[in-house]
Design a protein around this ligand. Structure first.
Ligand code: PLI
Length: 459
């Protein structure tokens, strides 16, 4: 009989204990955290699926490389190793290191956007949207039609609606300083973007003379999906696919905390010399000198090795299959999820799971709190708390399009038995879903409110 199990392609050399907790303890902790899982102490969490960002385990080779970190202020060896490794996958002329993805976004939008501008994206992630809006520009999401059918399977639900982009550029070209494509589409369910879609977006941008930038956080997972699902790519390596994808863009922003397999770091890249000069000037002001950009030499080393490891196919096969395993098992029990499961996360349709709650009773928060109470699992709401439009003057709120709860899987951290535990806990909560009540917000910050908001149960 052929063996079908796809194993974790690593052995574990260092372990980090998980502190066990009781349901009573968790009841108290979540109350003290004002029902916002961001306000919990991580030690009070059993399985932390809040994010896949910066939470991965590094390899022995990455730790070894860190010891070789050159901490020279300018021109360090580690910088040149980093730059070379980045350019192998992201063949842009200028690479500018930053301490994480949002620093790259802030620099990019600071030099390209002004008040009244419009930035189209398949779907902006929260920090991307906030950085665009912070400049007084408008972040416009143009997801493809298939992405709205949460439960329907489609190979590339992360695609941009190219017809919508074309008509936006026909009407508003002068207000659009750049177009962005987020791969994979994080807010839209961790769904990939096809090469055909990237090419089509590139053609439209070229026709209008607008630069295209890739939000590349999960580029390796996206490239692996292309290899698996798009005709003509099965025989290409993930690195080749990534290079081809980047060749259609004028630049990118990157959080190395995701597919850089590092705990911190990022960069932005561009082919435009003048833009690079302005970006570096700003970098020096707020991040650091252009050969370290807010990172230690050892961080640059960890990313350089991480980028080589993340495109290895044994790793990506295990990564995509293990995320799929979680999605498949809860979906088989009837739990509504965004289909198919994404690369880095499974997204539960919290609006459908808790169908008796209204959007502005925050089903994603209700489900996050319940999963924590039940089993110490921490997940994140991607719904109206994160994305509703809130008018501080009238206090009026318009619900987000979807109410999701994201279970993000840290890279190389949890084993299959951890995930089996998560599956059981979700199914338990699913069985008693009708008893779960909604929440109201009692405190919120003016932007990115989900990080610090405080809630109260409605009953
Ligand atoms: O967390 P940063 O600043 O390194 O990266 C910001 C960022 C930009 N784009 C996308 C698509 C992201 O997913 C992203 C960060 N994501 C987080 C923190 C997450 O939990 O998904």
């Amino acid at each position: 009989m052929a063996i079908k199990t796809i194993i974790e392609p690593f052995r574990i050399k260092a372990v980090e204990p998980i502190r066990m907790s009781t349901r009573e303890e968790r009841e108290r902790k979540i109350r003290e955290a004002h029902y916002n899982v961001f306000l919990l102490h991580a030690d009070d969490v059993l399985i932390d699926l809040l994010t896949d960002s910066g939470t991965g385990a590094m390899s022995a080779d990455q730790w070894a490389a860190m010891m070789r970190g050159d901490e020279s202020y300018a021109g360090s060896r580690s910088w040149f190793r980093f730059e070379e490794s980045v350019k192998r996958l992201f063949p842009f002329k200028h690479i500018i290191p930053t301490h994480q993805g949002r620093a790259a976004e802030r620099i990019l939008f600071s030099v390209t956007c002004k008040p009244g501008d419009i930035v189209p994206n398949n779907t902006h992630f929260d920090t991307t949207r906030a950085n665009v809006e912070y400049r007084g520009a408008r972040a416009v999401d143009l997801p493809c039609g298939e992405s709205r059918q949460t439960g329907e399977r489609h190979p590339f639900k992360g695609n941009m609606d190219v017809a919508a982009l074309a008509s936006l550029l026909d009407e508003e070209r002068a207000a659009v300083p750049l177009v962005m494509l987020t791969i994979t589409n994080n807010s839209g369910g961790g769904q990939p973007v096809s090469m055909a879609n990237v090419r089509a977006v590139h053609e439209i941008c070229k026709r209008h003379g607008v630069p295209l930038d890739i939000d590349a956080c999960r580029f390796a997972e996206n490239a692996y999906f292309i290899k698996q699902r798009e005709e003509g790519y099965a025989g290409k390596s993930v690195a080749e696919i990534a290079r081809e994808l980047m060749s259609y863009a004028d630049g990118c922003t990157m959080s190395a905390k995701k597919d850089g397999l590092a705990n911190i770091g990022g960069f932005l890249a561009t082919n435009d010399e003048e833009l690079a000069r302005q970006e570096r000037d700003l970098l020096i002001l707020t991040e650091g000198y252009p050969t370290y950009g807010g990172l230690a030499g050892r961080d640059l080393e960890a990313i350089a090795v991480g980028l080589d490891e993340v495109v290895q196919e044994d790793y990506l096969r295990y990564r995509i299959v293990s995320t799929d395993y979680l999605g498949k098992h809860i979906a088989e029990a009837g739990v509504p999820i965004v289909q198919p499961p994404g690369g880095h996360a499974v997204y539960i349709d919290a609006g459908a799971f808790l169908g008796h709650l209204k959007s502005l009773e925050y089903p994603g928060i209700a489900l996050a709190v319940e999963l924590y109470r039940e089993a110490g699992i921490r997940a994140v709401e991607i719904g109206s708390v994160m994305f509703a439009h809130y008018d501080p003057e009238t206090g009026e709120e318009t619900a987000a399009e979807k109410e999701l709860l994201r279970l993000a899987i840290p890279r190389r951290v949890y084993t299959q038995s951890h995930i089996d535990f998560v599956v059981e806990a979700i199914i338990d909560v699913w069985r008693r879903r009708e008893d779960i009540s909604g929440y109201r917000i009692v405190y919120q910050a003016p932007f990115l409110r989900h990080f610090t908001a405080r809630f109260e149960p409605l009953t």
